[in-house]
Design a binder for this molecule. Structure first.
Ligand code: SF4
Length: 282
């Protein structure tokens, strides 16, 4: 198997409460894995995956995050973090500059009221254009490769986020159509749902020619079964047919056995542009 990319949802804890969040993992029963167990999951993953992305919840709430990023780098993997940004400090960035390759920020709106409506809010961070730009300046100061993820929903469909992206200039801008997952985020989903045509209009409006080489758009179809993902219990999972299914934990089985229990398509991984030049030379 060619080495691809995997997302490890280290924790379901988050200091924000986005109503369309799919990474709440309420069904998980054993989420307090030890450092040794988490390392074993990473070690097994490194046999088949070349890039390890740490996600949550908010991954900075996991006390082992720094250690696990360093461990993944020691194993030769490209390392990436996906964060809501609220807890990223200078100290954190300084301590990981030789171990973490990419920092990705989840930025769905530049308008605080819209972020409040989404639930993208906490006491320690004002989710607005000014705060995000300041944070991005800091991230770039440490020479990280930098990416932005944006979920398009009813809350931000009218915003011109492209103009902000022009200013922030990430190396990669991922734009997702908000996705419904059964028994996870369906309760309030109707408030946020956007049709395919609306998503395509957002893409047309926001991806200007300057952004065409960094922007990657994923509608609901492209997002289905195209990601390799691990939950906080160490189980791999898919999102086939709008529902999450889980494998046995990687604490007990190998990656290939876990994949046999799931519907994840390598072709769809390629089709969504999952493979790109992610290596960083130090
Ligand atoms: S910030 Fe991210 S992990 Fe936290 S609730 Fe929002 S979408 Fe979920």
């Amino acid at each position: 198997m060619e080495k691809l990319a995997i997302n490890y949802h280290l924790t379901r804890n988050c200091n924000m409460g986005c109503k369309y969040c799919f990474a709440t993992f309420e069904e998980a029963t054993k989420t307090n894995l030890s450092l040794v167990e988490k390392k074993l999951i990473i070690k097994k993953s490194s046999k088949y995956f070349d890039k390890m992305t740490f996600v949550g919840g908010e991954p900075l709430l996991d006390k082992d995050l720094v250690e696990l990023i360093k461990y993944s780098k020691e194993l030769g993997m490209t390392t990436m973090l996906v964060s809501n940004g609220s807890m990223i400090t200078d100290n954190f960035l300084e301590s990981l500059k030789d171990h973490l390759d990419w920092v990705s920020l989840s930025i769905d709106s530049l308008i605080e009221e819209n972020n409040n409506f989404i639930g993208r809010k906490c006491n320690c961070f004002k989710a607005n254009r000014e705060s995000y730009l300041k944070l991005i300046e800091n991230i770039k100061k440490y020479n990280y490769r930098f990416k932005i993820n944006t979920v398009v929903s009813r809350a931000n469909i009218s915003e011109n986020i492209g103009s902000f992206i022009n200013e922030a200039m990430p190396e990669r801008w991922k734009i997702f159509q908000v996705l419904k997952i059964e028994d996870v985020n369906e309760k309030e989903f109707e408030k946020f749902k956007v049709e395919n045509s609306e998503f395509q209009n957002f893409i047309k409006k926001n991806i200007t020619s300057e952004l065409s080489n960094i922007a990657v758009a994923e509608d609901n179809d492209l997002m289905e079964c195209s990601y390799y993902m691990i939950n906080p219990e160490g189980k791999m999972f898919d999102n086939y047919n709008g529902k999450m299914s889980f494998s046995d934990s990687l604490l007990n089985v190998d990656v290939l056995d876990a994949l046999d229990q799931l519907n994840i398509s390598k072709d769809k991984f390629y089709a969504r542009g999952g493979l790109y030049n992610w290596k960083k030379e130090f």
